[in-house]
Design a protein around this ligand. Structure first.
Ligand code: CP
Length: 317
């Protein structure tokens, strides 16, 4: 193990449940591995045998486009065997519990469980009860570690270094899992972080995470080198947080008009799915300031890196 550690490629946990507490060096190792693996995506034959014989189940209890498809593609590019599970059409609709579902799938002899669930803590709950490696693909408003890792990779590619970078995260801070994983990852790599949104959508204790807070989006834009624009998580909100979506757009929406008042426009990230005309103007989302589709490409590389480092660390690049 000591020599493996010296290689600097080994994760300290056998699961990826979140970025809270993860050291900057460990995060940098994942990003380095993703950077190295990304080249496979541009080959004429986009496939390597790295995870031949490893079986992964993608256990999605909540809707997803990017995360589910990018895990699936990462598994295919690495030659893993994979199974896709979604709630509709499964025995969950007949009343089977989460744990019974997971244990029955594990009894088919799988190695890795990638799980998305609307309840915070489900990946940790499964990690405590299954023998398989568990990867968190987003659990309620808790964490979304692979999203933050792909955001970090995109920023590192754009800026060269994350240390000292000023990152403003704008939108529904209270209901976001992306913001928590981003704050943990960004702070571990030495970035400065500001959160911005309406007072009703910023948790009172957020400053305990050593981030700046503002309710003025123009101040956040003036300060930041880069912004990460979050969707309003309407599916997780109770009513009464906002007067209307139109007012939110006027007050917090990222528009070309707002960007035109800046000396220099920031690099713009969005984890998706986007609500054009709510948190971001269409013209901004499609502009050269946005790196949203680069994030999606990097998502495949990051998920390949996580799968290799967790299930085949001895052959990690
Ligand atoms: N960013 C993200 O998690 O997108 P999906 O919900 O489509 O997976």
């Amino acid at each position: 193990m000591a020599s493996e550690k010296k290689k600097g490629r080994i994760l300290s946990s056998r699961h990826l449940l979140g970025l809270e507490g993860m050291a900057g060096e460990e995060i940098a190792n994942i990003l380095d591995t993703a950077d190295a693996l990304k080249e496979i995506l541009d080959r004429p034959i986009k496939k390597v045998p790295t995870l031949r014989g490893v079986t992964v189940v993608n256990l999605f209890f909540e809707a997803s486009t990017r995360t589910r498809l990018s895990f699936e593609l990462a598994e295919k590019r690495l030659s893993a065997d994979l199974m896709n599970f979604s709630t509709s059409g499964s025995s969950v609709v007949k009343g089977e519990t989460l744990l019974d579902t997971a244990r029955n799938i594990e009894a088919m002899r799988i190695d890795v469980v990638v799980v998305r669930h609307q309840c915070p803590g489900v990946p940790g709950f499964l990690a405590d009860r299954l023998s398989s490696v568990v990867v968190n693909a987003g659990d309620g408003a808790h964490e979304h570690p692979t999203q933050a890792l792909l955001d970090l990779l995109t920023l590192r590619q754009k800026f060269g270094d994350i240390k000292g970078l000023k990152v403003a995260i704008i939108g529904d801070i209270a209901h976001s899992r992306v913001v928590k994983s981003n704050i943990y990852g960004l702070k571990a790599l030495g970035a400065e972080v500001m959160v911005c949104g309406p007072p009703t959508l910023i948790p009172r204790d957020v400053e305990s995470l050593q981030v700046k807070v503002t309710h003025n989006v123009d101040k956040a834009l003036e300060w930041a080198d880069t912004i990460n624009v979050l969707r309003l998580q309407l599916e997780r909100q109770k009513s009464g947080f906002l007067p209307s979506l139109r007012e939110y757009y006027w007050t917090f929406g990222i528009t070309m008009e707002r960007l035109s008042r800046l000396r220099e426009a920031p690099v713009i990230l969005h984890p998706g799915p986007m609500n054009r005309g709510v948190e971001i103007e269409s013209a901004v989302a499609d502009s050269d300031y946005a790196v949203i589709l680069d994030q999606v490409t990097n998502g495949v590389a990051v998920r390949m890196a996580v799968l290799v480092l967790l299930s085949a660390p001895e052959i990690a690049v």
